[in-house]
Design a protein around this ligand. Structure first.
Ligand code: NAD
Length: 478
């Protein structure tokens, strides 16, 4: 028996959870259940994270969590429970299979069968945002080598386990050479360890266009958090419906499984909702805990039910569906099909589908890190960069010189274009004068002089080289 934690959530959550659990138990899944409360009620009781401390204890003890969708109340101050859970529990990998069920569920892409594996903890979702000047706000995009290595390795191991042929990486490293560049480099490094699996890289824009047009050319896709978030909803929708897809959030110790859709409050309490998304999440959960026989039995029964034309309202079509059913009747139809196989749709075999055990990340030897300068970011309401340069040059000494000013990344001094639009947010780059080496003290002195000269520095960023390679972006146009 495996003890799992469940939360019935809000809106249609309780109905689809009841239906899912009924199917799991009917299939003989060896699970015991601890139920916790998360979501709207907990938020409105004054807990801004939507979950009580005692519930965390249960989740951490059981390590496996099946969660129905929740409603996040409107208005500020409420933290996304999903994002918090993923990060607290280190659930670095988000796995979303998106497969068409043609001809039983309408889709323009009958051959589509892919899995999106998305990094789940980093990127712009670190939620580190600041307003720095009257006109400019910033969100930090954090990408780490462990984050990249773990997710890319997960994608290749997943492909190997499920007999998939190709892993495609999506990034935008033609623009973000450091962050997306790291993800792409790590992908190339790790791909070499899996010569039997084809690998390729696409720039995300054209890759996304290709995916929306010809999804059948992709097999496993691995990508960064934000791109994966957007792409996986598109993929689920073009496969047939967001109501049919589940997702797994996998960490080294814990895992959470869910439907990809929300709590659909307008459909709640009417026995209308399709439980398939949560059921797909639950099937991944069963595989994760080694209940592969029950998982396979349920998935084949579910495929057969879809094939029989027993459909909830969201996928019901007059000509192709046979019977429009509610949540409860759909679950009962799946239960009645347990032990049966689909005849048109491909039946599944989950003999080798239990949890992946990846090697732990090992920190590398530190590189030789050399301070090569500093960017100081200044709030300045003027318009003419030459004037700003005159003021900023007051901070120079023989050790350190102003070499460039950019505005929103584009070089505006020296030799800027008068046509370039400028905000009140300026990056002033200082590099060592000839033959001088700088230290942190050089920067402290620079900052102190800036204060004396009433220059409004809103942040600084040190410029480093690692093993002799400059590791910061140039100014655009530099
Ligand atoms: P939604 O996914 O709840 O609904 C979008 C549309 O899809 C609606 O028309 C709905 O009726 C339909 N739909 C969704 N799931 C369905 C199902 N299982 N069966 C039949 N029809 C289904 O998205 P929304 O309306 O943008 O969000 C509603 C609430 O859900 C919001 O409070 C949002 O914050 C929350 N939400 C929660 C999660 C989560 O807990 N994982 C994810 C997304 C949204």
């Amino acid at each position: 028996m495996t003890r799992i934690t469940i939360a019935k959530g809000d809106g249609i959550g309780p109905e689809i959870m009841d239906a899912t659990l009924k199917i799991l138990l009917a299939a003989g899944a060896k699970i015991e259940i601890d139920e916790i409360e998360v979501g709207e009620k907990v938020y409105l009781a004054g807990n801004t994270s939507g979950i009580a401390k005692e519930s965390w204890d249960i989740i951490r003890k059981n390590k496996v969590f099946l969660k129905a969708p929740i409603t996040t109340p409107q208005g500020g101050g409420y933290k996304s429970l999903n994002v918090t859970t993923r990060k607290f529990l280190g659930l670095y990998s988000n796995v979303r299979p998106c497969m068409s069920l043609h001809p039983f569920v309408k889709t323009k892409h009958p051959e589509m069968d892919m899995v999106i594996i998305r990094e789940n903890e980093e990127d712009l979702y670190a939620g580190i945002e600041h307003q720095q000047t009257d006109e400019v706000v910033q969100c930090l995009k954090i990408i780490s080598r462990p984050g990249c290595e773990k997710i890319v390795r997960y994608a290749f191991e997943y492909a190997k386990q499920y007999g998939r042929k190709k892993v495609t990486c999506f990034t935008k490293d033609n623009i973000m050479k450091q962050t997306d560049g790291l993800f792409h480099r790590v992908f190339d490094e790790i791909a070499k360890e899996y010569p039997e699996i084809e690998n390729e890289h696409w720039i995300i824009d054209i890759g996304a266009a290709k995916m929306a047009d010809t999804p059948e050319v992709f097999d496993v896709i691995v990508t960064l958090n934000l791109y994966g978030d957007v792409l996986s909803d598109v993929a689920a929708q073009i496969a047939g419906s967001v109501g049919l897809a589940g997702s797994a959030n996998i960490g080294e110790e814990c895992a959470m499984f869910e439907a990809i859709h929300g709590s659909a409050p307008r459909r709640a309490g009417q026995n209308l909702a399709n439980p398939s998304g949560l059921l797909q999440g639950a099937i991944m959960m069963l595989n994760h805990i080694g209940e592969t026989v029950a998982a396979e039995k349920i998935q084949n029964a579910w495929l057969k039910t879809i094939e029989d034309g027993t459909h909830t309202y969201d996928i019901f079509k007059e000509n192709s569906s046979k019977q429009k059913v509610g949540t409860i009747e759909f679950a009962d139809a799946v239960i009645a099909n347990l032990g049966k196989q689909p005849s048109t749709l491909k039946k599944v075999s989950y003999v080798n589908s239990s949890a992946l055990h990846l090697p732990k990340y090992r920190r590398k030897e530190p590189a030789l890190k050399e301070l090569q300068g500093v960017d100081i970011f200044v709030h300045w309401p003027g318009l003419n960069p030459d004037e700003l340069a005159k003021t900023i040059k007051k901070l120079e000494n023989e050790e350190i010189k102003l070499t460039m000013i950019t505005n929103r990344g584009i070089k505006v001094w020296p030799e800027g274009f008068k046509e370039t639009f400028c905000t009140d947010h300026w990056r002033c780059r200082f590099k060592p004068g000839s033959d001088s080496n700088i230290t942190k003290n050089t920067i402290v002195n620079l900052m102190s002089l800036a204060v004396t000269n009433n220059i409004d520095v809103i942040k600084t960023e040190n410029l480093y080289a690692f093993n002799g390679m400059a590791a910061y972006s140039l100014g655009q146009g530099q």
